[in-house]
Design a protein. Structure first.
Lengths: 82, 241
C-alpha cells in the first residue's frame, strides 16, 4: 500500500505549480522548461507508484526530447507570447 | 468569461473522472485484481484480463517483464500502429521543414561541452541499447531506448553546430527496422496461426535469449524510434535561423 508521504505531497504541488507556470508565463522558453520540470517530477512519481516502465519513457521523452524540440521550435518562431 | 467557463468545464471533467474511478476497490498496486464497473451499463467487463496477465504472462510468453509482454506479444498489432504513427509524424516533419542546409552561422560551444559530450556519447548509446535489448527482462523497451539514443545525438547536435545526421544512414536504418517488424509478423502468420504470433522457442525465462520474438521486435523498434526521433531533431536544427 502506497501512503501519501510528505514527499509525495511536495511532488504533487511541484507538478501543479510547474504546470500552472507553464500556462501563465509569457516567456515561451521558461514555459518549455517548466513543462520539462513537471514531466521530470511526474516520472519520479511514476517510479514511486511502481511503474518503472512508464517512468523511463516519461523521463526520456517528456523531460528530454520534447523540451529540446520545443526549444528548437521556439528558436524558429518567437520567444515572447503576445 | 472564458476562464470561468474553462474552470467550470475542468471541474466537471474532474468530477466525472472521480465518480467513474471511485468504483475501483482499495487494492494494493499490482498485487490484487480489482473490479472496475463500467459506468455506462453497470457490467463488470474485463475483470479477468488483469489477473490473467499477472498470473500467466511468464508461462505463455517467457518474458519476465509483463509490461513488455503485453506491449509486444498480446497487443503487438497496436504497437505496429503506434510505430506507424511515429513514422508518419517524422515524415510530416521532414516534409514541412525541408530546406537546404546551412542558415545562419551559430556560435561555437565551449571546449568543456564539446569534449564532455564526446566522452559521454558512447555511454548514452550503450544505455539506450541496453534498455531495448533487455526490454523483456528489465523495465524499459524499444520506445524509451530509442528516445535515449536520440537524446545522445541531440547532445551532439547541441554541442557541435556542424553535426548533422547522415540522412541516408538514418533512412536505411529506419526502413530496415520497420521491414524487420512487419516481416516477423508475417513469419508468425506462416509458422504459427496468426499475425505477430510467437513462433520461436520460449527458452529459459530470465535470459537475454528467451521469450521468442519479443527481443527481436523490441530491437527493431529501438532502432526505428531512435532514428526517427533523431531525424526529427536534426530537421528542426537544420532550418534554424
Amino acid at each position: 500500500m502506497i501512503e501519501l508521504t510528505i514527499i509525495s505531497w511536495i511532488m504533487a504541488f511541484l507538478v501543479i505549480g510547474a504546470a500552472i507556470y507553464a500556462i501563465e508565463t509569457k516567456d515561451l522558453i521558461s514555459a518549455a522548461i517548466a513543462a520539462g520540470v513537471a514531466s521530470l517530477v511526474v516520472s519520479i512519481m511514476f517510479l514511486v507508484l511502481q511503474a518503472p516502465d512508464v517512468a523511463i519513457t516519461e523521463a526520456s521523452i517528456g523531460a528530454g526530447l520534447t523540451m529540446a524540440i520545443f526549444v528548437y521550435a521556439i528558436g524558429r518562431t518567437g520567444r515572447w507570447e503576445e | 468569461m472564458r476562464k470561468v467557463v474553462a474552470i467550470i468545464l475542468a471541474s466537471a471533467f474532474f468530477a466525472v473522472l472521480l465518480v467513474s474511478f471511485s468504483n475501483i476497490q482499495q487494492a494494493d498496486y499490482g498485487e490484487k485484481e480489482y473490479y472496475y464497473q463500467n459506468p455506462i451499463n453497470g457490467s463488470y467487463a474485463n475483470e479477468s484480463v488483469p489477473s490473467h496477465y499477472i498470473s500467466n504472462t511468464k508461462n505463455e510468453t517467457g518474458a519476465v517483464n509483463a509490461v513488455t509482454a503485453i506491449v509486444v506479444e498480446y497487443r503487438g498489432f497496436d504497437t505496429l500502429g503506434e510505430v506507424t504513427v511515429l513514422f508518419t509524424a517524422a515524415t510530416g516533419v521532414s516534409f514541412l521543414l525541408y530546406k537546404t542546409r546551412g542558415g545562419k552561422k551559430r556560435t561555437e560551444a565551449n571546449l568543456i561541452l564539446k569534449e564532455g559530450s564526446k566522452l559521454v556519447l558512447p555511454f548514452i548509446l550503450l544505455t539506450g541499447a541496453y534498455i531495448f535489448i533487455h526490454g523483456h527482462l528489465t523495465p524499459g523497451g524499444g520506445f524509451p531506448g530509442g528516445a535515449v539514443i536520440a537524446s545522445g545525438f541531440l547532445l551532439m547536435m547541441l554541442s557541435y553546430p556542424k553535426f548533422f545526421m547522415k540522412e541516408k544512414a538514418v533512412s536505411v536504418t529506419e526502413s530496415m527496422a520497420g521491414i524487420t517488424f512487419a516481416f516477423i509478423g508475417l513469419l508468425g502468420l506462416v509458422f504459427a496461426s496468426s499475425f505477430l504470433q510467437n513462433f520461436l522457442p520460449l527458452g529459459d525465462a530470465g535470459y537475454v535469449l528467451s521469450a521468442g520474438i519479443i527481443p527481436i521486435i523490441y530491437i527493431a523498434i529501438g532502432f526505428k524510434v531512435g532514428s526517427e526521433l533523431s531525424s526529427i531533431a536534426d530537421k528542426l536544427k537544420e532550418v534554424q535561423k
